[in-house]
Design a protein around this ligand. Structure first.
Ligand code: F6R
Length: 262
């Protein structure tokens, strides 16, 4: 696992955007795994800037989002379909037919989850999976005690997650109780996992994910099993790490290491 600690949030965000743009430059038909939430907003701004300012093209890119609220139609203002259209898809020239999110308004949720897994497999698998982290250590909507080998399925959201996401709805009561989410096993199948965490509210889950025991109570700790996981942190999100001096010595201020072990 690579732990990169940046002097400030904007540097960590720029690094996440750079990894996405480099992936597309390297492989113009890359399959991206995408996340939503507050942390990703600035990343998508930077990716859109990169597409505008450089020769990188998203025309051949496919994407799979981590999750969607069960019951929300794509046109709902707080759906992740809407988030992705507004924040990324409409700004980078991606072919909408190649973008995928679980359908929140599906009739048969189990069939939809199977369909989603099959579509990811048919694409050849995800090259780079972007991840945020919840205050409770979730990745996607894999809440604490999710099976570490889970596949795409319906999860019940915790009270904490519903509260954290209430900012995107008019009222807390409007936040759905269930979501369709890629499983932890699905996420671990990606060839590169990139987790971005910003701010003091993420310090505790980040420390558990990186240095704590591998445990379903902190779903992000499953990334310890991954062969190519990169953690991008600002100083506040890194504040509870015990080996912070070590990470800083290997990658001073998030810079590439002289020798690049994973
Ligand atoms: C959303 C998702 C979630 C968020 C996490 C952090 O697609 O995958 O796991 O990444 O809840 O959200 P923010 O960035 O709003 O703190």
């Amino acid at each position: 696992m690579k732990v990169l600690i940046f002097p400030d949030a904007k540097d960590a965000i720029a690094a996440a955007a750079r990894l996405v743009l480099d992936q597309v430059r390297l492989k113009p038909d890359a399959v991206l795994g995408l996340a939503t939430g507050g942390t990703m907003e600035a990343v998508y701004d930077k990716v859109a800037d990169g597409v505008r300012e450089t020769a990188v093209s998203f025309a051949g890119v496919s994407s799979f989002n981590l999750d969607e609220y069960l019951g929300l139609p794509p046109a709902h203002p707080a759906s992740y379909h809407t988030y992705m259209r507004q924040r990324l898809f409409s700004r980078v020239g991606i072919d909408l037919a190649k973008t995928h999110l679980p359908k929140g308004d599906c009739e048969d949720a189990e069939a939809e989850c199977r369909r989603y897994e099959a579509a990811i497999a048919a694409s050849g698998g995800i090259d780079l999976q972007l991840l945020g982290i919840g205050r409770n250590g979730h990745i996607g909507f894999n809440e604490p005690t999710s099976s570490l080998s889970s596949r795409t399925r319906v999860k019940t959201l915790t009270a904490d997650t519903r509260e954290a996401n209430a900012q995107f709805f008019d009222r807390l009561e409007d936040v759905p109780h269930y979501a369709l989410t890629m499983g932890i096993g699905t996420i671990l199948d990606a060839r590169h996992c990139v987790l971005l965490a910003i701010g003091a509210s993420k310090a505790e889950p980040v420390a558990k994910a990186i240095e704590g025991p591998l445990a379903a109570t902190c779903p992000a700790s499953a990334l310890q099993l991954h062969r190519h996981a990169t953690m991008l942190l600002d100083r506040e999100a890194a504040a509870s790490l015990q080996l912070v001096d070590y990470y800083q010595r290997v990658h001073p201020d998030g810079a590439p290491a002289q020798i690049e072990p994973r």
